[in-house]
Structures are given as structure tokens and as C-alpha cells.
Design a protein around this ligand. Structure first.
Ligand code: ADE
Length: 235
């Protein structure tokens, strides 16, 4: 996978790729991440990349020309599967979208800043718009870091234990069950007996039960209503 990130503040996002699992994925050559400073494509020698919005209103808008130049440059070098714009006014990102996008090869991610970007960029270049939640950040950089982390960890070979990405919260529309490690008792607080039993089918059953309990309590919206069976209709 190759990810090209276009931003006015690449320094803000770089460190997200310099640690732990994501760094290892880069070191192993499973993903390449390249940063492009929008100011390198400025419209004048003073580094101009934004301007006031037509029709009036607070906040500067990123201009089409620098973004056009940067995206065209990248597209002349290779094909991209998606050109993604990080913005709060978009479809909200979830695990299903992460799974789908983790199968792609090349992305450009454009981070918005200030008031946003000229609509013509969205109309002409962007293939997918992503929000990481119903709240507004100061720019798309932190959102892009969250997005990249969630898809990079799904690339085969990135996580040591191949199954651990599949057992994450949300992978089966359930929150994760409780987990414990040593000691088995701390100040009278005990690890559930079943986890020490070595009975793996029973442990699996317990985990499923707990995941369901937690989901019902905290995120009931994740539990889709089951379709009625023939038997339940007859009853
Ligand atoms: N830029 C600002 N807020 C954002 C959000 N919630 N998601 C994605 N990009 C953003």
C-alpha cells in the first residue's frame, strides 16, 4: 500500500507513523507513506495557498490551484484507487469502511484546513469523503492519522498475530469482551474463573456472551434486528 498525504501541516501528522505497529509496517515495507506540503505548490513566491470565501463569511478557504497542481503531479506518477478528503461534513468512518479500504493499493489523502477547500476540488478530484466523527477538528491531519492507523493495521502481515485484527471491537458489530492479565488476583479482585480453566470452547462462549452484554449496554445501535424466522412467524 502507498499513501500520499497532502497537508498544510505535515509535521502535525508525521509522528503518528514513527511508532509501534505503524512504524513496523513501514519498516517491513508493507506500506509507504509520503507527505506533500501544499505550500510547495503555492500560487506565488509568498506561499499563497488560501483566500477569503466568495459571498463573504469567516475563515480562509484552500484554493483549487495548489491542490490541482499537487494532485496532478502525483497522478502523473502512478494510478490511485481513491483520492480521499478528510472533512467533518461526510460519511462517518467505521470498521466496515476500514476493512474495504485496507484492500486498496494507493491512496491520496487531502487534509482540509482553515474553513475547508474550494468545492471544485471536491467535484473534480475527490473520490471519497471521510469524517472520523460528528465533531469538528482544527484540520484534517489528526483525522488522517486516525484513518491511516485503522487501515494499516489491517494489512496482512502488519499485526504479528494474524487473528488479532479480526478480534477487534466492531469486527463482528460487537464491542470487545473484557480482557485480563497477571496477576490472577489483585487486592481481592479476581480474574473470572473461566479464563483460567484452559477450556477454550467455553472461554470463547464466555467472551461472546460478555461482548454481547457490553454491546447491549453501551452501543445497542450496533445490534441489528434479526429477521423473523419461519418458525417465529408461525408462533
Ligand atoms: N476535519 C475536521 N474535523 C474532521 C472530522 N471530524 N473528520 C475528518 N476530518 C475533519
Amino acid at each position: 500500500m502507498r499513501i500520499d498525504i497532502i497537508s498544510v501541516l505535515p509535521e502535525l501528522i508525521k509522528s503518528a507513523f514513527e511508532h509501534s505497529i505503524i512504524k513496523r509496517a513501514i519498516d517491513k515495507g508493507l506500506v509507504e507513506v509520503h507527505f506533500h506540503h501544499l505550500r510547495d505548490y503555492a500560487i506565488n513566491k509568498y506561499g499563497k495557498i488560501d483566500d477569503a470565501q466568495y459571498g463573504g463569511g469567516a475563515g480562509m478557504v484552500l484554493m483549487i490551484e495548489p491542490i490541482d497542481k499537487c494532485i496532478r503531479q502525483l497522478k502523473s506518477e502512478r494510478d490511485y484507487d481513491e483520492i480521499i478528503y478528510m472533512t467533518p461534513d461526510a460519511e462517518v468512518f467505521n470498521q466496515q469502511t476500514a476493512n474495504t479500504l485496507s484492500l486498496k493499493e494507493n491512496f491520496i489523502i487531502l487534509c482540509g484546513h482553515y474553513k475547508g477547500i474550494d468545492q471544485r476540488v471536491r467535484d473534480l478530484f475527490i473520490t471519497k469523503e471521510i469524517s472520523i466523527g460528528d465533531f469538528v477538528l482544527s484540520g484534517g491531519e489528526l483525522a488522517a492519522a486516525v484513518f491511516c492507523d485503522s487501515i494499516i493495521r489491517l494489512i496482512p502481515g502488519v499485526l504479528g498475530d494474524e487473528t488479532s485484527a479480526l478480534s477487534d471491537s466492531f469486527q463482528d458489530d460487537l464491542l470487545a469482551p473484557p480482557i485480563y492479565t497477571r496477576p490472577s488476583e489483585y487486592k481481592g479482585e479476581k480474574v473470572p474463573e473461566i479464563l483460567l480453566s484452559g477450556n477454550f470452547p467455553k472461554i470463547e462462549e464466555w467472551r461472546n456472551e460478555k461482548a454481547l452484554e457490553r454491546t447491549k449496554a453501551i452501543r445497542p445501535d450496533l445490534l441489528k434486528p434479526t429477521l423473523p424466522t419461519k418458525k417465529s412467524i408461525k408462533d
